[in-house]
Design a protein around this ligand. Structure first.
Ligand SMILES: *Cc1c(COP(=O)(O)O)cnc(C)c1O
Length: 494
């Protein structure tokens, strides 16, 4: 029997894994979500000796069970190869009082590479399985990292086109240049005058626009999503939680069966949701600590059970977490409500109409698994400095948010279980912030800061920033947030 993925907003809308990956979003506006969990044999005596690819095979074959073993091998081997700068793919670094799981060793130096290096293979494999004749148009809103990682994955992949929208004033210079210098005949990058939520909201709207869908179909085109709303993004993210645990067993830092915590710098709630799924298949997880920046809507949600997006949007030094509507929280809400699609739909409608909703009668065992807090801009900078001074190791601002939140959490609760800080970006992606925090030098350009970061940290330049300053800018389109659909139609010629 194959695993069922159901829309969070319609109990009748059930598909297999490969169909869910192809569609991206459910046409009813919901997200495809597992309603039962596969049985996975998490034997850490074996897994501690396994390669990253072998752990990936175990998890993917359980969750993506309508793919054949050969298909998955092919996807995994294409994804987790020399695009990563270390054969271990996701090293676990032991620091004073914490472990940092480096998920930024891929081609765009942010954790989005962990899933986006495999998603194009999963999607084109799924297209073949279903005899799809339409060309797939990946439509993506990005707060900086998804866009680049998605384009790196989809560039020149036959049968696909990719369109990326990013907030013009909401990303770092390095992030922007990484996107606007993107090569590939099927890539298109558009800056919008608006913030990430504007971009994400309109992308979701276009997905659900039936007239637009029909129009595209007459041109043999169809949308799919590379955002973490696509289950093909989430499942590959479960892998590194199991992997991290296996490394701790291997090092003898824990015994198989011991509980550990994960602290996750959170934006769209995709990364931490993957940790939740890891727990559901039996990974011994104590707490999942949800770390936010000044856009602390999730901190408030876990404290009050009311989600209220009506608040000022703040631009911070951790832009990939500058989000007020965390899309993947919808999946957790669905589980908290006992997988009740009607109740979930009602709450999501309330969010769209009134800007808020409140939860009642929830599954308390799920809620208890989470702790949540946020770090201010000052606390984040101070944390980068503290970690550097204690370990000679430089965290990027997103990781530092998680690290700062963890430090307060462990002091406040006395919870001494080993804790992994999920490290989502290289400091080379945010060099100005990292250098200023460590050295106090301000007013540097991104490229001056890159050099200084190299000197201070001694970490080799990643390929992702090498030559970026002089690479030709290929994408210059800027549109108003209200004109995103027009930009899509113009590019596609429909
Ligand atoms: C996307 C991103 C996040 C947030 O991850 P979510 O899955 O959206 O919660 C955190 N840090 C970095 C560097 C990111 O790129």
């Amino acid at each position: 029997m194959t695993l069922v993925y159901q829309s969070t907003r319609d109990a009748q809308n059930q598909v297999t894994a490969s169909q869910a990956i192809l569609q991206g979003l459910a046409t009813d506006g919901g997200l495809f979500t597992p309603i039962t969990y596969p049985t996975v044999d998490l034997n850490f005596d074996v897994l501690k000796h396994a390669s990253y690819q072998e752990v990936a095979k175990l998890i993917l074959s359980a969750f993506l069970d309508d793919f054949t073993s050969e298909e998955l091998d092919d996807c995994i081997n294409h994804a987790y190869d020399h695009k990563f700068d270390t054969p271990t793919i996701a090293p676990l670094v032991k620091l004073k009082g914490q472990y940092n799981l480096e998920l930024f060793r891929g081609s765009t130096i942010a954790f989005k590479d962990m899933a986006l290096s495999i998603l194009p293979y999963l999607m084109t494999t799924a297209a073949k399985k279903h005899g799809l004749e339409n060309e797939i148009v990946i439509l993506t809103a990005t707060s900086g990292d998804t866009g680049k990682a998605a384009m790196a994955g989809f560039a020149d992949v036959p049968g696909t086109k990719i369109i990326v929208f990013y907030p013009r004033d909401g990303v770092s210079k390095v992030q922007e240049l990484q996107m606007t210098t993107q090569t590939g005949t099927n890539t298109h990058v558009v800056a919008i005058d608006g913030n990430f939520d504007d971009a994400q909201t309109d992308v979701k709207r276009m997905f659900n626009d039936e007239a637009l869908r029909e129009k595209l179909a007459t041109y043999k085109l169809q949308f799919s999503s590379a955002n973490s709303m696509n289950i093909g993004r989430l499942v590959p993210q479960i892998v590194y939680y199991v992997w991290a645990y296996a490394q701790l067993v291997k090092e003898g830092d824990i015994q198989a069966g011991d509980e550990i915590n994960f602290t996750v710098p959170t934006g769209n709630f995709g990364n931490i949701l993957a940790a939740f799924y890891a727990k559901q298949i039996g990974l011994p997880v104590g707490k999942l600590i949800c770390a936010s920046n000044d856009n602390n809507v999730l901190t408030d949600f876990f404290a009050t059970r009311t989600y209220d997006k009506r608040r000022p949007f703040k631009v911070t030094t951790s832009p990939s977490m500058d989000i007020l509507v965390s899309s993947n929280l919808e999946r957790l809400i669905f589980h908290l409500l006992g997988n009740d699609a009607q109740k979930t739909k009602d709450l999501m409608d309330a969010l769209a109409e009134k800007g808020q909703y409140s939860l009642e009668n929830v599954d308390e065992t799920i809620l208890e698994l989470f702790a949540a807090d946020f770090a201010t801009e000052e606390e984040t900078a101070a944390e980068i400095k503290r970690v550097y001074e204690e370990n000679h190791y430089i965290e990027d601002p997103h990781t530092a948010v998680a690290s700062a939140v963890y430090k307060v959490y462990t002091e406040r609760t006395g919870d001494a279980r080993p804790t992994v800080i999920v490290s989502t970006a290289s400091p080379y992606k945010f060099p100005v912030v990292a250098v200023e925090a460590v050295t106090g030098r301000s007013g540097l350009t991104d490229f001056e800061a890159l050099e200084q970061l190299h000197e201070v940290s001694g970490v080799p330049y990643p390929r992702a920033v090498d030559g970026l300053e002089t690479a030709p800018v290929l994408h210059k389109t800027v549109v108003a947030a209200a004109d995103m659909q027009k930009a899509v139609e113009t590019y596609l010629g429909v």
